[in-house]
Design a protein around this ligand. Structure first.
Ligand SMILES: [Zn+2]
Ligand SMILES: [Zn+2]
Length: 396
């Protein structure tokens, strides 16, 4: 009885201090070094709902030791949770598994082994794979795949169509990875080829990465291809290494590239519906890339301007002309970054809205409209989102 009580007490203590596997408990013979440990916590990335849609933060491209990545799959889950993702896909190279001599790299096994962990972390895990063809045409990711055994492993170009067909037959969502990654090394590889065109026309291709962290690329041509061929615009990490090794999280605002998915609800089916409808925005470094309507809705949901707060007047002594200036507060209620440049109207020339912060802007008294370009966005390769800032008079 006494022993049972003791073990119950220990279990309670262990649970309170972080579970039965918590280390560093003090006794007369040990001193806890727990101060060296980091309290696990999930970052919450704040982006308001837009037009009734939830904005899910997704990374649809990453690797583990099951292909050519450096980490075990459970590390990917920890990173995704810690960095505030809602949705993740591990997408191992089908045709390239350098660890298969020392490890059973069967990707179907990988997914079975981590399914429970992902759900307990409130993450949506989408089963995927990277169909790794020679460049051109390059690599394609397939999401919502079925069994991965039996996918084509012969990398010769003659088998490209067959390799993609397998994923299409499984009703997968297929997107083109890092389209410009070999632009300098392989002339002609960063083009809208006949092969890709045929996939897009047959609606086999559903999306395209306009940014990919592993190849350090933001692919401007891909923005126009996505818009012209009605493809979902995506940004993904393509992580191979530990996330904290690749990204400088010591700097403020650094985040892994991600695809913002405008979903009806936080569910796998809703993610799929949004991808197929092309309701996505790519977020890479300070850039937001997407269809104009979604970027406009996003900007309007995140940024607000107060009525005028104060006025000052200045008289030029030589001309005798008096200028009255009104001041306003412009606020960004999200973790996104917006950089605005004035296009027309007599007001502040440039405005930088850091995450969850506000700025003061000024405009000549009587001005009701300032037109800005949001130069941290792309709605085409050569166009930024244009926004109208309507100015209202305050009580003062
Ligand atoms: Zn790739
Ligand atoms: Zn990859």
């Amino acid at each position: 009885m006494y022993l049972v009580k003791i073990s119950l007490l220990l279990l309670t203590a262990a649970t309170l201090t972080g579970g039965p596997f918590a280390y560093g408990q003090e006794s007369s013979a040990t001193i806890s070094l727990a101060e060296f440990r980091k309290a696990p916590q999930r970052k919450l990335i704040q982006i308001p709902d837009i037009n009734g849609y939830k904005v899910l933060k997704a990374d649809f491209h990453m690797h583990t030791v099951f292909s050519d990545g450096f980490v075990w799959p459970s590390i990917r889950i920890q990173e995704a949770w810690q960095e505030g993702l809602d949705v993740m896909a591990i997408t191992e190279h089908i045709e390239f598994t350098p660890n298969s001599g020392i490890l059973n790299t069967d990707p179907d096994r990988l997914y079975e082994s981590i399914a429970n962990t992902v759900q307990s972390k409130n993450l949506i895990l989408i089963k995927g794979a990277e169909i790794t063809r020679k460049t051109p045409p390059g690599h394609f990711n397939a999401l919502f795949v079925g069994e991965l055994a039996g996918y084509e492993r012969d990398q010769s170009n003659a088998m490209d169509a067959i390799a993609i067909k397998r994923a299409h037959d499984q009703k997968s969502f297929i997107f083109w990875d890092h389209p410009g990654w070999q632009d300098a090394a392989i002339p002609g590889s960063y083009e809208w080829t006949h092969f890709v065109d045929s996939l897009a026309k047959a609606r086999v291709l559903g999306g395209i990465e306009v940014a990919n962290a592993q190849s350090n690329g933001l692919y401007k041509k891909a923005i126009d291809w996505a818009l012209d061929h009605d493809l979902a615009i995506m940004a993904n990490s393509d992580l191979h290494n530990v996330s904290g090794y690749d990204f400088n999280f010591d700097l403020p605002y650094v985040h892994r590239p991600m695809t913002l998915v405008l979903a009806k609800e936080k569910s796998e089916n809703s993610v799929r519906e949004a991808l197929e409808a092309g309701r996505t925005i790519a977020w890479a470094s300070k850039y937001l890339i997407g269809k104009e309507e979604y970027l406009r809705q996003l900007f309007n949901a995140c940024v607000s301007v107060s009525p005028s707060l104060h006025s000052t007047s200045y008289t030029n002594k030589s001309t005798g002309i008096t200028t009255v200036t009104d001041y306003y507060e412009i606020a960004n209620n999200s973790d996104l970054y917006f950089e605005l440049k004035l296009k027309s109207g007599d007001g502040s020339g440039s405005v930088i809205l850091h995450p969850r912060s506000a700025q003061t802007i000024a405009a000549r008294n009587g001005i009701q409209l300032l037109e800005y370009e949001v130069i941290s966005t792309f709605v085409r390769s050569d166009q930024h989102l244009k926004v109208d800032i309507h100015l209202k008079k305050g009580n003062k």
